[in-house]
Design a protein around this ligand. Sequence first.
Ligand SMILES: *[C@@H]1O[C@H](CO)[C@@H](O)[C@H](O)[C@H]1NC(C)=O
Ligand SMILES: *[C@@H]1O[C@H](CO)[C@@H](O)[C@H](O)[C@H]1NC(C)=O
Ligand SMILES: [Cu+2]
Length: 676
Amino acid sequence: MREIMDAKKRVTLFCALIFWRCAQCDKPHPLDPLTPDELNLVRNIVQTSHPSTTITFQYVGLDEPNKAEILSWASSTKPSPPRRASVVARFQDESLEMSVDMSSGSIVSSKVYEGHGFPMLSMGEQARASLLPFRYEAFRESLKKRGLKKSEVVCACFTIGWFGEAKSKSKSKSKRKVKVKCYYAKGSANLYARPLEGVAALVDLDDMKIVDYSDRELVPVPKAEGTEYRASKLKPPFLPNLKGIAVTQPSGPGFTIRGHSVSWANWKFHVGFDTRAGPIISLASIFDQQKQKHRRVLYRGFISELFVPYQDPTEEWYYTTYFDSGEYGFGQSMSSLQPLTDCPPNAAFLDAYYAASDGTPVKIANAFCIFERYAGDIMWRHTEIAIPNEVITEVRSDVSLVVRIVSTVGNYDYVIDWELKPSGSIKFGVGLTGILGIKAGAYTNTDQIKEDIYGTLLADNSIGIYHDHFFTYYLDLDIDGEANSFVKSNLETVRVKDHTTPRKSRWTVVSETAKTEADARIKLGFKPCELLVVNPNKKTKQGNKIGYRLLPGPVAHPLLLNEDYPQIRAAFTNYNVWVTPYNKSEKWAGGSYVDRSRGDDTLAIWGLRNRQIENKDIVLWYTMGFHHVPSQEDFPVMPTLSGGFELRPTNFFESNPVLKTKSPTNVHWPNCTFQN
Ligand SMILES: *[C@@H]1O[C@H](CO)[C@@H](O)[C@H](O)[C@H]1NC(C)=O
Ligand SMILES: *[C@@H]1O[C@H](CO)[C@@H](O)[C@H](O)[C@H]1NC(C)=O
Ligand SMILES: [Cu+2]
């Protein structure tokens, strides 16, 4: 084992030496995430203006320049617009929104947020809140009652949502509260499999104290046996070892990374980072060989929200309806990727930085990996045997570029891939792995169960609670420019009336261009349709509208009632597709302030204005969902469950854009068995 570790370290060092790690070598891009120096600067500016008082940083990110400025920067040699940071802080029990100009060192705007809901939880306050029970007498009693030692228990913070609590007039009465629940940590690293069920503390985050506590019932803590997942702690036998395997690129990677700008094959784009959203892909454009120019595809794309409602209505679980982006920060939850296992050997890495609750920069080393994916797949092929005395076979290998992150939000690990293909497609992959949300119960066999347990009995005393995962993507497509339209092409059955043909029916395409937001709200899976974003002002030589279409992934619709509180807050999942006119401040589908939000600032509410969306700069919002009925194989750690969707050029190119392409150069492979 030791040797394997050393070998891994050597390879990592080797890779780090070969690949570009060049944060400062080119002029900064206006969409670059804040650097550690900039984060420190912002902290100093904000603290100087609020001396001798405590101010905590809940969100620090790039206050991005207006789209028009970015576009004119991108298409000329203009200097970058001034760098600004957007800050949300807690100060004297209020949420303070600031815009900080980093070149002049001043706060250019500052206002107190007056609406419902609270900013993202910081990592620091979650850690502090999780320690509070240990100094709380009633909790110590609870441990004693269960025969557990303090040193063997760890706690974590859970957001509590909003369940119709009185609409208090006075802001001071509306409190930032979370629940703290605890786990037994002795004998296994799998905390989440071993909850101290029935015990919960209610914590006021601003006052940082326990305001309520309950110990409702004595439920057996699931045993450690069978919960471990670390190879070093598991006893043999293991599955037979696979032989060594790797993709090698003897002449180095085919992409270049300058700062955060990436170019590869016919693509170029920018990889940004935001503490709330995680990865942000911007200004993606593709080189069109026939037109001999780069053409714009995606101005900006990111995961706007991730809604994960659990389906147990009892005291300790009913509020478990997470918004992983707006409450926990999908970006600040990103994990350092493990070279060679999270990403292949030919990957390059980028770091990310976010602001801690005191404003100081925190580094996530190897937060992104970027690599060329080659798995022996086929990009296109044909075998022709109809020509006499000749067999023609043409094949091209499929190689794509992947940008990957992993965000670990408490128990769950989400693998998020952005995959760009030379054919012009962008594929979005999500992988769900990690540990299930587990509830302790008395049962050891389904025969004993006489009531609804709201989940699956996975192991002795361990219930995997039913839940969903809804990923809402923000996709600001700019197909050959900003002015775009959304077209719904329904495939409809037509009865053939012409009696000269024996056919009774056929299907055809009936396209409608959405005029307003209401026309573009779609629940997928009920009737066949193609969903396109087109540039109505540009046509191919053949006269078709230039566009890209959305090829949806797994279709899931919310199963909660519309009037249920979590669903009011997550009403943006009521449709799989929404289209809005571009508006810089409409970025977060669940609203700007999601913790304890009341659903009054969601995509579903903005859409009620029913604005014009035809031939305008538009944003496509797409929600891909998974209903998760846990099974025993998901325990003690879950094999990755994958899903994804695609944006695919559709009459964007005049013909197959990868016709005149060759498969990658042959790399000599020892003892190859094919004949040529
Ligand atoms: C942009 O969106 C915000 C939030 O929905 C709204 O208050 C504002 O009026 C919008 N701006 C425009 C120009 O529509
Ligand atoms: C290649 O073949 C030779 C001779 O059959 C064998 O000794 C060697 O182990 C093989 N190498 C690999 C990498 O399979
Ligand atoms: Cu799940």
